[in-house]
Ligand binder design. Structure first.
Ligand SMILES: *[C@@H]1O[C@H](CO)[C@@H](O)[C@H](O)[C@H]1NC(C)=O
Ligand SMILES: *[C@@H]1O[C@H](CO)[C@@H](O)[C@H](O)[C@H]1NC(C)=O
Ligand SMILES: *[C@@H]1O[C@H](CO)[C@@H](O)[C@H](O)[C@H]1NC(C)=O
Ligand SMILES: *[C@@H]1O[C@H](CO)[C@@H](O)[C@H](O)[C@H]1NC(C)=O
Ligand SMILES: *[C@@H]1O[C@H](CO)[C@@H](O)[C@H](O)[C@H]1NC(C)=O
Ligand SMILES: *[C@@H]1O[C@H](CO)[C@@H](O)[C@H](O)[C@H]1NC(C)=O
Ligand SMILES: *[C@@H]1O[C@H](CO)[C@@H](O)[C@H](O)[C@H]1NC(C)=O
Ligand SMILES: *[C@@H]1O[C@H](CO)[C@@H](O)[C@H](O)[C@H]1NC(C)=O
Length: 273
């Protein structure tokens, strides 16, 4: 009987030591200095990684590239090449700008929310929707109308005097730039015969579009600000998505299953200490 007790006592100790090693190792990996890297002004840390980061660092879904002149670049498969303007670790967002965008011309490729919402988008690494499915982007439209559009409370700007539109888009005195602000196209005041020639996205906050007193400089600033995407799905396994429940607890969901995103390491750590 005594030997049995000793056996279990020893076994217990072995398990505790094993758990300690396990949790120390996992915890250590996450915190390892070598996993945090800099690229220009950007701090790159979990879940982001550079192509040449050590294998155990970051998350394979969030690979960035640090290129000449310390430019941080995201190659996002469906769309191409983007400058990373900022990574915000406080609210799980990343702000991007088209690689070929310059202050006096429209970006070469049109972009709308629809580019991010096809297929199984809800579990994709980057989302145009933030928490509670609030859109983080607003459309910028380049519009041609048969009549000169009235300068209304809606934001409108005569395009050709403001930015250089590429030759591939028609331009004349009735071209304008409009900002969406979650309005449907009819509520944007586009009359019959108006054509949307080009669409782009911004996350610039213009006070609900209630400010008609903006300049060309403002327009350029809005376009060059870029757009934000959420990477909160990094908190969940691949194929799952992150959301806030009614109590503002972050959870992961997959096929109707709910799971709290508690780190397994912290549970272990708690048990052991
Ligand atoms: C990057 O990290 C360093 C040290 O962790 C910190 O001092 C610095 O403010 C950070 N910079 C940015 C842009 O977050
Ligand atoms: C967004 O989708 C449209 C329509 O499918 C496509 O023409 C455009 O090139 C896409 N934008 C980018 C940046 O890939
Ligand atoms: C996220 O944080 C950045 C920097 O603090 C801020 O500029 C941005 O507006 C925030 N985005 C959202 C969606 O809260
Ligand atoms: C975008 O920029 C790259 C690199 O400067 C260039 O090779 C490419 O032709 C540009 N694409 C467009 C559509 O302007
Ligand atoms: C611009 O609008 C005016 C009326 O406001 C119209 O007479 C003119 O034909 C329009 N120009 C073009 C190129 O559509
Ligand atoms: C358009 O581009 C030309 C040549 O690059 C430049 O001289 C002109 O000032 C630009 N116009 C605007 C409105 O930025
Ligand atoms: C827009 O501005 C006007 C005048 O400044 C104000 O009365 C109105 O409440 C504003 N609307 C919104 C939605 O902020
Ligand atoms: C519009 O902007 C101009 C220049 O910034 C300023 O002088 C003017 O007071 C503004 N008007 C309103 C109504 O805000």
């Amino acid at each position: 009987r005594k030997t049995k007790m000793t056996f279990f006592a020893t076994l217990n100790r072995v398990i505790v030591v094993f758990l300690l090693i396990l949790s120390y190792k996992s915890y250590g990996d996450e915190q390892q200095e070598s996993c945090s890297q800099r690229c220009g002004v950007h701090n790159i840390t979990h879940p982001f990684r550079l192509k040449n980061s050590p294998k155990h660092c970051g998350d394979k879904r969030y690979i960035l590239s640090c290129e000449n002149n310390n430019q941080l670049i995201l190659y996002y498969k469906p769309f191409g090449k983007y400058y990373v303007q900022s990574i915000n670790y406080n609210n799980f967002t990343i702000r991007l700008l088209d690689f070929n965008h310059s202050s006096y011309s429209v970006p070469p490729h049109p972009l709308g929310s629809y580019n991010f919402t096809s297929g199984n988008f809800i579990t994709s690494p980057y989302q145009v929707y933030g928490d509670r499915f609030k859109s983080m982007v607003e459309p910028i439209l380049y519009v041609n109308c048969p009549n000169r559009v009235q300068y209304s409370s809606d934001i409108y700007f005569p395009a050709p005097t403001c930015i250089n539109i590429s030759d591939s888009y028609p331009q004349h005195g009735n071209s304008s730039i409009k900002f969406g602000y979650q309005k449907s196209l009819s509520r944007l005041g586009l009359e019959d015969g108006c054509r949307i020639e080009f669409m782009y996205l911004t996350s610039w906050d213009l006070q609900d579009g209630n400010n008609s007193n903006i300049s060309c400089t403002d327009i350029r600033r809005m376009m060059l600000y870029g757009f934000e995407l959420s990477w909160s799905n990094s908190l969940c396994k691949d194929g799952w998505f992150s959301y806030l429940d009614d109590n503002s607890q972050r959870r992961c969901r997959h096929n109707g299953n709910l799971l709290q995103t508690t780190q397994p390491f912290s549970i272990l750590f708690y048990l052991v200490s």
